[in-house]
Design a protein around this ligand. Structure first.
Ligand SMILES: Cc1cc2nc3c(=O)[nH]c(=O)nc-3n(C[C@H](O)[C@H](O)[C@H](O)COP(=O)(O)OP(=O)(O)OC[C@H]3O[C@@H](n4cnc5c(N)ncnc54)[C@H](O)[C@@H]3O)c2cc1C
Ligand code: FES
Length: 265
């Protein structure tokens, strides 16, 4: 983990409420793994607001060396509103990489990647990491859901990696009209993967956990809670484990990624 002042490389809008930001980084990006997150403060000198957590959406490499991080963020309140107004070359204060990311298999496997809304953010780095480490793109099915077509994010990035993308929207404006978990349920009738990776709203994670349990598939879920510190000092991010998995877990330290079987849904 490192704390550093990072410069904004770009900050672009990808939809009316979602922005894509690139940050230069000298130290914190070097050991960043898929599923880990950063704690960010918008003003490195006088910001009175607490740092906010954001998933590592992608790492930026130059000649194989890691030189930065990408974030994908939804504008929902004071900090993200301030972020959205920031320009290239402005400086922010970053602590990263934090938390426990996805369990990454050593060998090529057959996987499902499932993202709901802005929950797709950490799954792009996961997808590219899996490909770089031997997964064949045809062995990865990607399922992306959102309320409407504008909430189905990053499908083009997965398609550019050669993966098959399935889309679902609540209002039927793109792909299947229904839930992303309806798509997974259908696909599970055709093939059962070795692993399901998912990130998104709690009801989606709960449904994915139930499907994985029913089909006896390993499943890793990235969970979001409110976080005040990000370094296991405030105890504010506790989540309830299953009865047989010990005491309360802290999302910032024991997660944000958990095995589906670890938590009480
Ligand atoms: C590990 C982790 C990774 C995250 N990754 C991303 C990401 O990649 N992209 C992204 O856009 N957001 C991500 N978030 C959520 C992000 O941290 C919040 O949206 C952000 O802190 C909002 O700050 P704000 O000051 O703009 O709004 P706030 O005023 O702090 O929040 C606005 C509203 O959103 C609710 N809210 C804030 N954080 C959460 C949360 N974690 N869960 C549920 N509701 C929340 C608040 O209760 C409030 O109603 C992540 C959260 C966690 C814990
Ligand atoms: S956010 Fe403070 S203990 Fe996890």
């Amino acid at each position: 983990m490192a704390q550093e002042n990072v410069e904004i490389l770009w900050n672009r809008s990808v939809s009316p409420s979602v922005m894509h930001m690139g940050l230069s980084s000298k130290t914190s990006c070097i050991h960043a793994l898929p599923g880990q997150f950063v704690m960010l403060r918008t003003d490195h000198t006088k910001d009175p607001l607490l740092r906010r957590p954001f998933s590592i959406h992608q790492v930026i490499r130059e000649n194989g060396r890691c030189v930065g991080l990408e974030l994908l963020y939804k504008v929902v309140g004071p900090v993200t509103e301030r972020m959205a107004r920031m320009k290239e070359k402005q400086v922010m204060d970053l602590v990263a990489p934090l938390g426990k990311g996805f369990d990454l298999p050593e060998k090529s496997r057959n996987v499902f990647i499932v993202g709901g809304g802005i929950g797709i953010a950490p799954l792009v780095y996961l997808g590219s990491w899996l490909l770089e480490n031997g997964l064949e793109p045809e062995n990865c099915q990607v399922f992306i859901g959102g309320r409407s077509h504008g909430d189905v994010l990053c499908a083009d990035l997965f398609e550019a990696m050669g993966m098959v993308v399935h889309r679902a929207t609540d209002d039927g404006s793109l792909g299947l009209k229904g839930r992303v978990t309806d798509l997974i349920e259908k696909r599970l009738e055709i093939e059962v993967p070795d692993m399901i990776y998912a990130c998104g709203p709690h009801p989606m994670l709960k449904a994915v956990a139930a499907l994985s349990e029913k089909k006896k598939v390993s499943c890793q879920l990235s969970v979001e809670t409110l976080m005040a510190c990000g370094i296991c000092a405030c105890m504010g991010c506790a989540v309830e484990p299953r009865e047989n998995v010990g005491g309360y877990k802290h999302v910032c330290k024991n997660g944000p990624v958990f095995g589906a079987h670890e938590l009480k849904w």
